[in-house]
Design a protein around this ligand. Sequence first.
Ligand SMILES: NC(=O)c1ccc[n+]([C@@H]2O[C@H](COP(=O)([O-])OP(=O)(O)OC[C@H]3O[C@@H](n4cnc5c(N)ncnc54)[C@H](OP(=O)(O)O)[C@@H]3O)[C@@H](O)[C@H]2O)c1
Length: 199
Amino acid sequence: MSIGIIGAGNIGAAFARALARNGIAATIANSRGPETLGELSAELAPHLTAATITEAASADIVLVAVPWSKLPAALSGLPHWAGRIVIDANNPIEAPLFKPAELGGRLSSEIVADLVPGARLVKAFNHLFANLVSGDPKAEGGNRVLFYSGDDIEAKSQVADIITRLGFAGVDLGPLKVGGALTQFPGGPLAALNLVKFG
Ligand SMILES: NC(=O)c1ccc[n+]([C@@H]2O[C@H](COP(=O)([O-])OP(=O)(O)OC[C@H]3O[C@@H](n4cnc5c(N)ncnc54)[C@H](OP(=O)(O)O)[C@@H]3O)[C@@H](O)[C@H]2O)c1
């Protein structure tokens, strides 16, 4: 099972660091090309490989972490997703204005799903600050909670497996309609909560 990452900023790099710390390989891409990712790939060698967007998107599981307004450009012109898994780590708001995006009454993940036709989308890694994604998930004698949700049970179980391998306590919030609404930022009541699960 291969892992790709589109977006190498706060969240993409945090996910890459968490993977590398656990010996899990991944490819990562940004908008400027693999040659601009030398520092990060050197830091996380041999686990992380800088790649083009098309290469990262060809992995079995692809985490997407790109500023909201850049998602259409980042995900355009890619081959059909053909059932591969996309982890939607995005929120519909971005620096520097932090003005919530206009979603027309839809969930942000429903809009992202339209940008990745044929993918099985799982929402995860969007509700914690990046330093908590890359940091030690053991805290207060328990394990940091990482919520996930989605409509495809098998895709969710593969993402849950990664979450567990990274040392987080994965909590399945059910279908996208439920979990997306609970964790989306802004507005979701579970967004930005840093919780620990014991036992
Ligand atoms: N920051 C957090 O703590 C946090 C927490 C939860 C969720 N999120 C969500 O995660 C997403 C990313 O946030 P971030 O803070 O990681 O952003 P960021 O630090 O600004 O990084 C954005 C990354 O996206 C890449 N990118 C931009 N346009 C692209 C394109 N057309 N094609 C490919 N890559 C492109 C950038 O590459 P270049 O630098 O080469 O342009 C950069 O690597 C957002 O949706 C945000 O809401 C962030």
